[in-house]
Design a protein around this ligand. Structure first.
Ligand code: ZN
Length: 489
């Protein structure tokens, strides 16, 4: 009997056995990118973490509705509800329509996700397409007495909320301490309390992204979109809410408060957060000059990069760390990931060439059980990958004849390796040129002609084929029976 999936629930600060509300259906909401710039390593880590969770759930047979939003309005320059909208600012600087900016960066984000083999979500709603739903959420919070209107803007009343429910259950923060630590409000702000946050903002004359509402012509606060869109597509109660750790406060904390103020309870049973990527131990930031976009990683075009790194190298590098640990970027670490991935893919290719034996000298069951257990234990991909490298050793031993497997066991091993490498970890063989079967088929056919020539003692033809293939980068090695080939690197 296979064990159940456990996940670390940020809300309860412990690992819990995952039980969907309505099995086999799973509702999962993940905070996606704000589309005003190119995707970077942090985006890749979050997307790959939740892709791994999505794939693991699918592999377990769940039917998952995975919603990942696109923030194209309402994300202001600072968390204190001030400053320009990030998308609108980019539009102003580049003289574009804000939706042109959002579309341009959404397309680029999708392109990077495709390269990283991140499965598309089931629904990808945009904040700007859900203004009516957001106005409804704000109205419900007002009706329930947890918000107030000031000069056309609406703010969440954290103090009033905290008297009935506790504000800070996700982050572990305490309102009194937050208030004590905050600076006094100066006259320029409509907020009644420093900890309150905007649900709706009245647009200033120069603000271009604006919609009518009962309170003013304006725009929604950043946190409202996730409450409105998760409720619309997954209902008031759903299974998993995810995002990067940097979103725990204020974004997810505010979301919990909004949903509770709206519906009497918060939305998600499991809150799952991935940790951050550091560069040389430092946080990645434009101001530190260590900000590397995915495009730059794939092309190598950044002063900190010694070379280009393929999307699968980046994916493998991210999967080698547990999602809740910090992951430090360096050229050395990525080069090691590149080598490891190549060794792995070589073994996956070799696996196809192994012939079965009459008896098995090892058990395949151990390999299969260990990686499944690792993945079910809070998505422990580093352990699953170390088990995979035990598998690589076994494959190489099977190939050189020091271990053997029956046809049945060999097929079990192939299935197990393929499931882990391709279905769950979502890796791809980049060496295969997109059409591995055709190339391999051609080479094998040519080598059969060469075998025929050898059988006929036509050494001239046999050598010619070998030399011509070598010229094309196909190295042929003769073995005791038949021959073997590989593509030159
Ligand atoms: Zn969100």
């Amino acid at each position: 009997m296979e064990s159940k999936l456990t996940l670390y629930n940020t809300l309860h600060r412990c690992k819990e056995v995952f039980e969907p509300i309505a099995p086999p259906f799973v509702g999962m909401y993940v905070c996606g990118p704000t589309v005003y710039g190119d995707g970077h390593l942090g985006h890749a880590r979050s997307a790959i973490t939740f892709d791994l969770l999505f794939r693991t759930l699918l592999h377990r047979g769940y039917k998952v509705r995975y919603v990942r939003n696109i923030t194209d309005v309402g994300h202001l320059e600072n968390d204190a509800d001030e400053g320009e909208d990030k998308v609108a600012k980019k539009a102003r600087l580049e003289q574009l329509e804000p939706m042109e900016v959002a579309q341009y960066y959404t397309n680029r984000y999708h392109d990077a996700m495709r390269k990283l083999n991140v499965l598309p979500p089931s629904i990808e709603p945009q904040a700007s397409g859900h203004i009516i739903e957001q106005i409804e959420v704000v109205q419900r919070i007002l009706d329930h007495g947890y918000a107030y209107e000031r000069n056309g803007s609406v703010y969440f009343d954290v103090q009033a909320y905290n008297e009935k429910y506790r504000y800070g259950i996700l982050s572990g923060r305490v309102l009194k301490e937050m208030q004590a630590g905050s600076r006094q409000l100066e006259g320029q702000c409509d907020k009644g309390n420093f900890c309150d946050f905007a649900l709706w903002k009245k647009a200033s004359p120069e603000h271009i992204m604006r919609w009518p509402s009962p309170w003013s012509v304006g725009f929604p606060g950043w946190h409202v979109e996730c409450s409105a869109m998760s409720m619309k597509y997954l209902g008031e109660k759903f299974d998993i809410h995810g995002g990067g750790m940097d979103l725990i406060f204020p974004h997810h904390e505010a979301e919990i408060a909004q949903n509770t103020a709206c519906c009497g309870s918060q939305s998600a049973n499991y809150w799952v957060h991935n940790n951050m990527i550091t560069i040389g131990g430092q946080k990645m930031a434009k101001s530190l000059g260590n900000f590397i976009t995915l495009e730059q990683l794939f092309t190598g075009d950044h002063p900190m990069l010694n070379q280009a790194y393929s999307p699968m190298t980046v994916r493998f590098f991210i999967l080698q760390a547990h999602y809740r640990s910090t992951l430090d970027f360096s050229n050395e670490a990525l080069q090691a990931a590149e080598k490891g991935l190549e060794r792995l893919m070589k073994a996956v290719r070799v696996l196809e060439k192994i012939s079965p034996s009459a008896q098995s000298s090892v058990s395949v069951g151990d390999f299969d059980r260990k990686w499944r257990e690792a993945m079910l234990d809070d998505l422990n991909s580093p352990i699953a990958i170390s088990v995979l490298f035990d598998g690589v050793r076994l494959i190489n031993q099977l190939y050189d004849g020091s271990q053997s497997l029956t046809e049945e066991d060999l097929n079990r091993l192939k299935t197990s390796v393929h499931e882990l490498v391709f279905d769950v970890l979502g890796l791809q063989d980049e060496q295969s040129d997109g059409n591995p079967d055709r190339l391999a088929g051609l080479i094998n056919m040519i080598l059969q002609v060469r075998m025929q020539a050898k059988a006929n003692k036509d050494w001239a033809t046999s050598d010619k084929i070998r030399d011509e293939l070598a010229r094309l980068g196909v190295v042929v090695k003769d073995r005791k029976e038949g021959c073997d080939w590989e593509l030159e690197e």
